[in-house]
Write a protein that binds this ligand. Structure first.
Ligand code: PGD
Length: 769
């Protein structure tokens, strides 16, 4: 392994937002440049150097004063001072507390779901480390699904097959570049989202592929309230419906295909089930409301003529219908995804090169990369219990232990959790209705957080342990949808007393009598060789010879084999529907799902429908007339490295930027560049306004990820601009219980007072021990 004391180092290092050539003097990162083989690198890399040794790093272990002095369950979590303690003291206290919780309540008393992206790197992956550790103690309450595509991941198995089939098996970009005549992107093909991919991305492939498709003559239509959701240089047509009404638009497109004889009946008969039930709904036989373009025009704000013409365009050539993940992060988020699939089925091009259906192009940089073979992976061990919640139900679980709820056909009960252990995620970034989450976080007896930074979640913990950043440890990394495996040698000394999560868990495991089970007697270096060696022999078994570890490490990267570089989603099923039958109950695409219908959920019936959301521009509960789109940020990944240079450069008056239409601003006396207050019945936040015609009238866009900086007197007021004080903690449906954080109704007013200081980028108040 490399030691940092060796002279200046320069290596390629993998992050979720791209690979970088990094130089370091062993302590500081002296230069961070995009990997030279990346055709379209992301500027998010510019956050790394300044964040790495920023004072917002956690410098040593801390215990919340009330918890330290009065024990578990003490009040004031989130507003107390923190007491610095030695590593030995912190580990002793935490081991004793875990012993108490496991002894009194068993694994059912510990929530280790710990959702979050953490950092790139296969061995030091924070959740894997935590899960492995908790499994050594008997297990933990886990979470299922994710915030990215939580509604789809429950819907798709019922209607087309495993979500991995649709996402990892997406038709490859080169196929689209070569064959597609028209891409209709519901939710756009966002350049900022395609900059990132879970686990990392070596080469960004979307932008060059789209440029080449357009150069060949492919047309793009971006359906989104935000013009910026597709790269302006591609010349895409912009259709801007009322947010949350894509399902209505798609139904009207289906109606035109049906009524004008443009639906491919042979495809529907051979590869799908349930079209007649859906057709009856389309025609209005079921509810007396034909889903015509005129009907949809009233809901979407798109003219009936344009809808009709669009339907004909769809049927005129090789068309890819793609639906972004953001559309399903909303009330009834299952519907646009299901309808995108149905629309593509009606066009009859599923399984053909460049046609059919996609879900997540432009939502993550790896969708459209062909599937690679497996990668080295840390085993997490076996969980001794089978207790879980859908991931976005965290606040409900903490607030209502024992309460019943519906999920995917089951009637379940929330477990009674006493200890929350989070490593590698930031729920006070990612969850909705943060004031409610704060109430929920006041419930457990103990909250433990590992993080490199003083995130809002760390500030709501009792025990805070400083974690290293990925540049401070040896690892190997590859994205879940990328094929370049990178050696990631340590580039800099750990910040202050920060430790690798592995070292922390190993020390805790030792104290709890499971040290050997957790570490298997290996150091980090030995684990990397071991995991690589196991993987190498697996690939050899599959006929692929990979280099020995030392050779890989010296080379810095290698390419994992990709079996089908020209993959086309569902091509095998199209070729041979019996031989490559889907895993749905009917073995076909389900336009009507008897299983979902049998659940009897009013908010997700047996075929896709239009359901009016509780909050949208057509209904203003509480009199909040603007539609907030709380989307992914351009200048960072989620909340990660918000203190970095590129993220900070984007702030307006020190607040997160919010974009709105000049007409809406003028009506409220709001000037470009000014500070505003965005509010609704759940909370409020400050933001710095930028005015642009690229936002549909009636809409305001405020990205997620500004670190939550609550007013001490009112936790529902964020001084910095975190939109999750405004979003509702309301599930998309009883089917999936997915998050609906993308959309909420709000009002905006000028903020004329002197804005309060944003304090969250400084460490919290600490007591001297
Ligand atoms: P991150 O900011 O990536 O957000 O939510 P997520 O919790 O993943 O948090 C990762 C944390 O891990 C950071 O605090 C980082 O410092 C920490 N970390 C990094 N490396 C390490 C490490 O090695 N060890 C430890 N212990 N910690 C580490 C993202 C989630 O937000 C997602 S995926 C989506 S798609 C959602 N999107 C929306 C949305 O569209 N709209 C709203 N309103 N809300 C959303 N929230 C969701």
């Amino acid at each position: 392994m490399v030691t940092v004391s060796e002279q200046q180092r320069r290596y390629v290092h993998l992050t979720h937002w791209g690979a970088a050539e990094i130089e370091s003097d062993g302590r500081q990162l002296t230069s961070v440049r995009p990997w030279r083989e990346d055709p379209a690198p992301s500027r998010i890399l510019e956050n790394l150097a300044a964040a790495h040794r920023h004072p917002a790093r956690v410098d040593q272990p801390y215990i919340r004063q009330g918890w330290l002095e009065r024990g578990p369950a003490a009040a004031a979590r989130g507003s107390d001072v923190f007491v610095p303690v030695s590593w030995e003291a912190a580990l002793d206290l935490l081991a004793t507390e875990l012993g108490r919780v496991y002894g009194s309540y068993g694994p059912d008393g510990v929530f280790g779901g710990s959702y979050g992206w953490a950092s790139a790197g296969r061995f030091h992956h924070a959740q894997s480390q935590l899960h492995r550790f908790l499994n050594c103690l008997g297990g933990y309450v886990r979470s299922v699904n994710n915030y990215s595509f939580g509604s789809s991941s429950v819907l798709l198995p019922h209607v087309v097959g495993n979500v991995g089939l649709v996402i990892a098996g997406a038709t490859a970009w080169p196929v689209i570049a070569a064959h597609t005549d028209l891409v209709v992107a519901f939710g756009g093909l966002s350049p900022k989202n395609s900059a990132v991919a879970s686990g990392g991305i070596g080469r960004h492939t979307m932008a060059p592929a789209l440029a080449s498709a357009v150069a060949r003559g492919c047309r793009l239509i971006s359906v989104s309230p935000l013009r910026s959701d597709t790269d302006a240089s591609l010349g895409a047509e912009w259709i801007a419906p009322v947010p949350g009404t894509d399902a209505a638009l798609m139904l009207a497109l289906c109606h035109v295909l049906d009524s004008e004889g443009l639906a491919d009946r042979c495809f529907l008969d051979r590869y799908t089930v349930g079209y007649p039930r859906f057709e009856a709904y389309l025609r209005g036989d079921a509810d007396g409301v034909p889903k015509t373009p005129a009907w949809a025009a009233a809901l979407t704000g798109i003219s009936a003529e344009r809808i009709r013409a669009l339907a004909r365009q769809l049927a005129a050539g090789r068309t890819m219908i793609t639906v972004s993940w953001s559309l399903q992060r909303a009330e009834h988020g299952e519907q646009p995804v299901w309808l995108g699939l149905v629309l593509a089925a009606m066009l009859g091009q599923i399984g053909l090169p460049g046609g059919g259906f996609g879900h997540g192009y432009g939502s993550s940089g790896d969708v459209g990369n062909p599937r690679r073979m497996s990668a080295p992976r840390l085993p997490q061990g076996a969980n001794g219990i089978d207790s879980y919640i859908p991931v976005a139900r965290i606040a409900d679980m903490l607030l209502h232990p024992g309460a019943a709820y519906d999920y995917d056909g089951q009637r379940r009960r929330y477990p009674d959790v006493k200890c929350v252990y989070w490593s590698g995620g930031n729920p006070f970034h990612h969850h909705q209705d943060l004031a409610r989450l704060r109430e929920a976080f006041a419930r457990p007896q103990t909250v433990v957080v590992h993080d490199p930074f003083w995130t809002a979640t760390a500030r709501h913990a009792d025990i805070v342990l400083p974690a290293t950043m990925s540049v401070e440890r040896d690892d190997l990394g590859v994205g879940s949808g990328d094929s370049t495996l990178f050696a990631m040698p340590q580039l800099a000394e750990p910040y202050a007393q920060a430790r690798d999560d592995y070292a922390t868990f190993a020390a805790l495991a030792e104290r709890l009598g499971v040290g050997e089970v957790f570490t298997e007697g290996r150091t980090t270096g030995q684990w990397l060789r071991h995991l690589y060696g196991q993987w190498r022999s697996d690939l050899r078994g599959a006929g692929h010879e990979m280099p020995p570890f030392e050779e890989f490490w010296a080379a810095g990267s290698l390419e994992i084999p990709v079996p089908d570089p020209g993959q086309v989603l569902l091509s095998a099923f199209r070729r041979d529907p019996a031989g490559f039958a889907l895993s749905t109950p009917s073995r076909k695409i389900e336009i009507f799902s008897a299983t979902i219908d049998g659940f009897g959920y009013a908010d997700c019936p047996g075929h896709p429908v239009w359901l009016e959301p509780a909050e949208w521009l057509g209904r203003h509960p509480g009199g909040y007339p603007l539609q907030l789109v709380a989307n992914q940020p351009r200048r960072r990944l989620h909340s990660q490295l918000d203190v970095g240079a590129y993220s900070q450069e984007g702030k307006i008056a020190g607040r997160e930027p919010a974009a709105m239409n000049p007409g809406d601003a003028a009506a409220r006396g709001i000037a470009d560049g000014s500070c505003v207050r965005i509010f609704n019945g759940r909370g409020s936040c400050l933001a710095g306004v930028t005015l642009t015609e690229d936002v549909r009238p009636g809409v305001v866009q405020l990205s997620t990820g500004a670190w939550y900086d609550p007013d001490p007197a009112d936790p529902s007021f964020c001084r910095h601009g975190n939109p999750n004080v405004l979003t509702a903690d309301r599930p998309s449906s009883a089917l999936s219980q997915g998050t609906t954080g993308q959309l909420a109704m709000v009002e905006i007013e000028p903020y004329d007072a002197v804005p309060p200081e944003v304090s969250v980028h400084r460490p919290p108040v600490t007591a001297v021990q």
